[in-house]
Design a protein around this ligand. Sequence first.
Ligand code: SAM
Length: 281
Amino acid sequence: MNYRHAFHAGNFADVFKHALLARLLVYLTRKDAPFRVIDTHAGEGAYDLAAEEAERTLEWRGGVGRLADMSEASDQTRALLAPYLDCVGPFGEDGRPFVYPGSPAIAARLMRAQDRAIFCELRPDAHEALRYRFGRDERIKTIHIDGYTGLGAYVPPKERRGLVLIDPPFERTDEFEAMFSAFRSAYRKWPTGIYALWHPSKDPYAERNFNDAFGKNDIKRALRLSLAVAKGGEGLRRTGLVVINPPFVFEEEARDILAFLAPRLAQGEGADFEIEWLTGE
Ligand code: SAM
C-alpha cells in the first residue's frame, strides 16, 4: 500500500469525481428521510495543498486551481458546482484552496443531522488522520478495514437510501475485477442504492471488460461518465465514473458540468467528455 492521495489531491480526476459526488449528495438531501454514505476507500478526509506532498507534484494546479475564477461560467454551471465549491472553501491569491476536501469532507459537509456515514480506510496513517478529523462527529464512523470487506458488511444500511463511493487506488492489477465483484455482491443485497465507482483510464482492455460486466450481470441502470484532459501523453489523462441508479436529474446536470470542466481542465489537444448508459436509462 504505497499509494497516498496527498500527492494527487485536487487534481483533475478529483475535481471530476468530487463535483459529481456533490451532485449525488445534494439530490439525496431533497427528501427529509435520512440517508447513509459508505466510502470504501476514504483516504485522509482532507488535504493541505501547501504540504510537501502536494508541493512536490502541484497536481492541484491542473485541477481545482483552475476553478478559482468562475466568472466565465454560466449561472447554471455556477449553481451546479456551488455545493462542491462551497466544500472547497476560499482560494488563496495563488489560486490554491487552503484545504482540499476529500470525499469524506464533502460527504460530511453535505450531510444533515439525520444522515450517517461510514468511512473505510486500510492504511493505518490515513485512517488515523480520518479518525482525528471525524472522530467527534456523531454521524460518522471511521473504520480501519479493507473497503471491499467493509462494503460487504455494511450493506444494506438500515436507512435503505444512500450512496456508496468505491474509489480504490488501483495499485493492484486486478482492481477492476475486485471493484466489480465487491460492487456486485453489495448490489445483490441492496439493488436500490446509488453506487459511484471511480477508475483511472490507462488500460483500455480492462476498462472495456469492466464496462461490459454491468450488462452481463443484469445491473439495471448504469451510467458511464468520463473526462479526458488530453489525448495521449504521459501520466493520467482520462478518468471515469460509473454511477448505478443515478437520480433522474443527474445525467443532465453532469452534462452541463463536464461540458464546462473539459475545456477548463484541458492539458492539451483532445480534452473531452463522454456520458453513456451502459445498461438501462
Ligand atoms: N476517496 C478519497 C477521496 O476522494 O478523497 C480518495 C481515496 S484514494 C484514491 C484511495 C485510498 O484507498 C487511499 O487512501 C488508500 O490508502 C486506501 N486503500 C488502499 N487499499 C485499501 C483497501 N483495501 N481498503 C480500503 N482502503 C484502501
